[in-house]
Design a protein around this ligand. Structure first.
Ligand SMILES: [Zn+2]
Length: 415
């Protein structure tokens, strides 16, 4: 049952890096392959971020969903089965570093586009660059394990005001990454496959052709290849993603519970990055809502959704936060308009956490500039309209919002 915790409302102060509490910036899909990859040849690794860097740097930490593989290895996975394969040149790591991205979620429908070799090569490159990740691994145990991001408390709060004591050394954030896409990429899949009650429900009705064709050129025709995606039949498991179906069976619920509880033991805040659900929907379906509620009920503090390609509303569930979908942040996809948003419109979601509690989320509208391969802050009339539409989406989820110019502020109060 939903509990509305927003019993009162007050505008937050403008977002500033030095404010009280830890500020985490969440963004949606970052796809650095295809045409975006060509920008890398210009050796201008900050270009794609445009004017959004100014907002991103106001946060203490920055989290993104990486919707491609970064590697120079591998062959396209099963071209007969999958049309779109996204791979960025290894220098794309510098793009992430330019924006000071601290964490990327990798459980999604593109992380194994160039098979296991490329995926494992990417994880090594991310480790070397000190960028945390989760959602993939050499087996289920690794894929379902959280990334732990630590932040020294002295950089994130004013001790005189905060209830944190100076002696609390670090603030630990656990991030689990899961997806209901590409069941064949499931880590250690054989063990669990028998328990899947149905194929993921959104796969049939996803109008991929509407969005994924490249803006300027036709998608490249891939050579024929066997469906074997290079995964070794290892005795100790199989590399892949943390696959979790939206319709949870008892076994998957047990795996998810264990993953969240393990994360909880080792952290102050648990975030679940979920690349799940149908695409291009104005609002989350009841299955999607139930899934997000279940994840919070199992112990997560923040649900961070992506995969819809279009932003959806925010729900305050108890004192916890559900961002149903963050939309697309960087890509070269063809653009189409849906009820509230087009798929080149999204937000930077900056969440403030203080004393281990979620205090506030601030939304900054952004827009992918067509033909420029660059994301910038949305301006004037467009920003106003995006905020209007996001407020409508939030109201539909009983969430109280307020406006600060062309930005949205949602305060979360304790019951
Ligand atoms: Zn995706």
């Amino acid at each position: 049952m939903k509990i509305l915790s927003q019993t009162k409302f007050a505008l937050g102060s403008p977002t500033q890096r030095s404010g009280v509490g830890l500020k985490i910036a969440f963004i949606g899909d970052v796809m650095l392959g295809r045409l975006v990859n060509t920008v890398l040849k210009l050796d201008n690794y900050s270009y794609v971020w445009g004017s959004t860097l100014d907002v991103l740097k106001r946060a203490d930490l920055r989290f993104a969903n990486l919707e491609c593989v970064i590697s120079d290895k591998g062959m396209p996975w099963s071209p007969e089965q999958k049309i779109f394969h996204f791979r960025a040149h290894p220098s794309a790591i510098k793009v992430l570093r330019k924006a000071k991205i601290d964490y990327v979620s990798l459980a999604n429908n593109h992380t194994l586009d160039y098979n296991t070799d490329a995926m494992l090569d990417m994880t090594k490159r991310l480790r070397d660059a000190d960028i945390a990740f989760s959602g993939v691994g050499r087996n289920l145990s690794e894929a379902s394990a959280p990334a732990i991001v630590k932040k020294n408390d002295t950089t994130i709060m004013k001790p005189a005001i905060s209830s944190f004591s100076k002696s609390s050394a670090t603030f630990k954030i656990a991030i689990i990454s899961l997806t209901d896409n590409e069941p064949e990429w499931e880590a250690e899949g054989k063990l669990l496959r028998n328990d899947v009650s149905s194929v993921t429900m959104h796969m049939e009705d996803a109008p991929w052709e509407k969005i994924l064709p490249i803006r300027k050129t036709k998608a490249q025709k891939m050579p024929k290849q066997s469906r074997d995606h290079g995964v070794p039949a290892a005795e100790n498991g199989r590399p892949g993603v943390f696959y979790v179906p939206l319709r949870l069976t008892k076994r998957y619920e047990a795996i998810l519970r264990k993953s969240i509880q393990n994360a909880k033991k080792n952290s102050d805040i648990v975030i679940v990055a979920a690349h799940v659900g149908p695409h291009f929907r104005t609002k989350p379906s009841k299955f999607y809502v139930n899934f997000a509620h279940k994840i919070i009920d199992l112990g997560a503090d923040i649900y961070w959704g992506h995969s819809n390609h279009v932003p959806q509303g925010i729900e305050v569930y108890g004192n916890k936060l559900i961002m149903y979908d963050a939309g697309d942040f960087i890509d070269d996809y063809a653009t189409d308009r849906y009820t509230y948003f087009s798929n080149d419109q999204s937000f930077i979601f900056i969440v403030t956490i203080d004393d281990k509690k979620i205090k506030r989320v601030e939304l900054f509208p952004v827009k992918i500039s067509s033909f420029m391969l660059q994301t910038n802050r949305a301006e004037k009339e467009e920003a106003r309209e995006m905020c209007d539409n996001m407020e409508k989406a939030c109201y539909a989820l009983d969430t109280i919002t307020a406006r600060r110019n062309n930005e949205i502020v949602i305060e979360i109060f304790e019951k």
